[in-house]
Design a protein around this ligand. Structure first.
Ligand code: DI6
Ligand code: FE
Length: 404
C-alpha cells in the first residue's frame, strides 16, 4: 500500500477560502487536507480523500477561514498604563502625557527594569490570547528599549514567543519610537545611535523589518528617511507609523521606500494614497487605537478603495493606545468605526495582513499555501465582525498543528 497522501484532513465545515479577488470563496461541505504543514487540497469533500489521510478531524458545521495574521503589534512590554488611561478619561491628551515624560517612556522604564525572562512571562499571555482568538502569525515590534541591550532583549523575547507557541513571529525594529532620556534634546544623535545598533541586531537574526514613529511627538520625516536608508542598505523592508495624529507626508514617505505598509494613516492625503497604490504599499488600519483615543478623523477609506490600495486590519496591541488582545475584536471595530464590510475586514486580517509582512505563502486556503486555518463556531463569516467578546474559535491550526 502507498503511504497516505495527507498528514491530516478536516471535513464537516464550510470553507471561506478567500481564494479569489472578491467574495469569500465559500465551499459548502468542504475538505481541507495538508502534508508537511502545507495545504495539499482545499475544495469540495470527496469520500476518498479521507481514506488517504493519517488523521481525520470531523466538525459538525461551522466555517473554516485562513489563520488570522496580526501584522502590527507591540505586545512585548512590561507593566501597564491603566493610570494613564484614567488621566485621559479626566481630560489629559495622549500628546500631553507623552510630552510630560509619561506615555511610551513610562513603558520604556518598565521594560528596562525587567529581566528577559520576566519580559517573556508578561508578554506570552498576550500572544496566547491572540492565538486563542484565531491568530496564527504575529508581527511584534521593539521600541520600548531604546538602547542596544534593551532593544535586543525585546526582539529576542519576540523570537522566543514564536518558538514556544509554534507560530510565525515577524520582528520589526522600532527603535525610532520615542526619544530616550539619554538623548533628550538630541533626536538626530539618537537616530545615529539607533542606526548604529541595527547591523548587529540584524546579524543576530533578530530583525525582519524596520519601522519608525513619524509624528510631531515622534521623529521627523528627515529622521525617518535616514533610518529607512540604513534599512535599505541592509536589504531590510520598511513599514511606518504614518499620519496618525497629523499629516507629515508619512504615507508617501513609506511608499517611496517601497514600504510594505503605512500604518494608521488617519490623516494621509490623496497624494499619499496615490503613492501607496503605485508602490504596492498596504494600508494597515488600526481601529483599536482610534477607539481608545476616541479619535474622530477617519482614515481616507473612500480614497483607499478608489485607488485599490489593499487594506489590512491589526490590533496594534500596546499598553498606551490599544490594549487590545483580539484580532477578531479589531475586525469588529474596523466594521463599526471604519465601516469596513465584513469581507474587507476578513481579507484585512488574513491575505492583506500577510502582504503587509511580505508573506505570500498564507492568508488564503489554497493548495501550496501554509496549512494555517481556524475552525469557527459560526454560520456566516459576517459573525466574525458581529460578536463583541466571546470566542467562536473552535480550533486554531498553524502548519497543520493544532495550537489552540
Ligand atoms: N503608535 C502607536 O499606536 C503606538 N506607538 C506608536 O507609535 C503607541 C505606543 C504606546 O503608547 O505605548
Ligand atoms: Fe503601533
Amino acid at each position: 500500500m502507498n503511504a497516505p497522501r495527507f498528514d491530516g484532513i478536516v471535513v464537516g465545515a464550510t470553507l471561506a477560502t478567500l481564494d479569489a479577488y472578491a467574495g469569500y470563496g465559500m465551499v459548502e461541505d468542504g475538505a481541507l487536507a495538508w502534508k508537511d504543514g502545507v495545504i495539499a487540497y482545499a475544495g469540495p469533500r470527496e469520500p476518498m480523500l479521507e481514506s488517504d489521510s493519517v488523521e481525520v478531524h470531523r466538525f459538525a458545521g461551522g466555517i473554516i477561514t485562513p489563520g488570522l495574521v496580526d501584522c502590527h503589534t507591540h505586545l512585548v512590554f512590561a507593566g501597564d498604563r491603566a493610570a494613564e488611561f484614567e488621566l485621559r478619561l479626566q481630560g489629559a491628551s495622549y500628546e500631553e502625557i507623552a510630552r510630560a515624560g509619561g506615555g511610551i517612556l513610562s513603558t520604556v522604564r518598565a521594560v528596562r527594569a525587567a529581566s528577559e525572562d520576566a519580559l517573556l512571562a508578561e508578554s506570552l499571555p498576550r500572544a496566547q490570547a491572540l492565538l486563542a482568538d484565531g491568530a496564527t502569525t504575529l508581527e511584534i515590534k521593539s521600541g520600548y528599549g531604546l538602547d542596544f541591550e534593551n532593544e535586543r532583549k525585546m526582539l529576542h523575547v519576540a523570537r522566543r514567543i514564536g518558538e514556544s507557541l509554534g507560530v510565525t513571529v515577524r520582528t520589526t525594529y522600532l527603535a525610532a519610537h520615542a526619544l530616550p532620556p539619554e538623548f533628550a534634546n538630541d533626536p538626530d544623535g539618537y537616530i545615529d545611535a539607533a542606526i548604529g545598533w541595527l547591523p548587529e541586531l540584524h546579524a543576530q537574526g533578530l530583525v525582519d523589518a524596520v519601522d519608525a514613529f513619524c509624528e510631531g511627538i515622534g521623529f521627523s520625516p528627515a529622521q525617518t528617511r535616514r533610518m529607512f536608508e540604513a534599512a535599505r542598505e541592509l536589504g531590510l523592508p520598511v513599514k511606518l507609523h504614518a499620519d496618525q495624529l497629523s499629516d507629515l507626508g508619512g504615507a508617501a514617505l513609506a511608499a517611496g521606500f517601497d514600504g510594505l505598509s503605512a500604518d494608521h494613516i488617519e490623516h494621509a492625503s490623496e497624494d499619499g494614497v496615490r503613492a501607496m497604490a503605485e508602490r504596492g504599499t498596504v494600508a494597515v488600519l488600526l481601529p483599536g487605537a482610534f477607539h481608545v483615543l476616541r479619535e474622530t478623523k477617519l482614515p481616507p477609506l473612500e480614497l483607499l478603495r478608489a485607488h485599490d490600495v489593499p487594506m489590512a486590519v491589526a490590533t496594534d496591541c500596546n499598553p498606551g493606545t490599544s490594549p487590545l488582545q483580539s484580532l477578531r475584536q479589531a475586525m469588529q471595530l474596523a466594521s463599526t468605526h471604519f465601516r469596513l464590510t465584513p469581507e474587507e475586514a476578513l481579507r484585512g486580517a488574513t491575505v492583506h495582513a500577510a502582504q503587509a509582512l511580505g508573506l505570500h505563502d498564507r492568508g488564503v486556503l489554497r493548495a501550496g499555501m501554509r496549512a494555517d486555518f481556524v475552525h469557527w463556531r459560526i454560520r456566516r463569516p459576517a459573525e466574525l465582525c458581529y460578536w463583541l467578546g466571546g470566542n467562536p474559535a473552535d480550533g486554531v491550526f498553524a502548519a497543520g498543528e493544532r495550537i489552540a
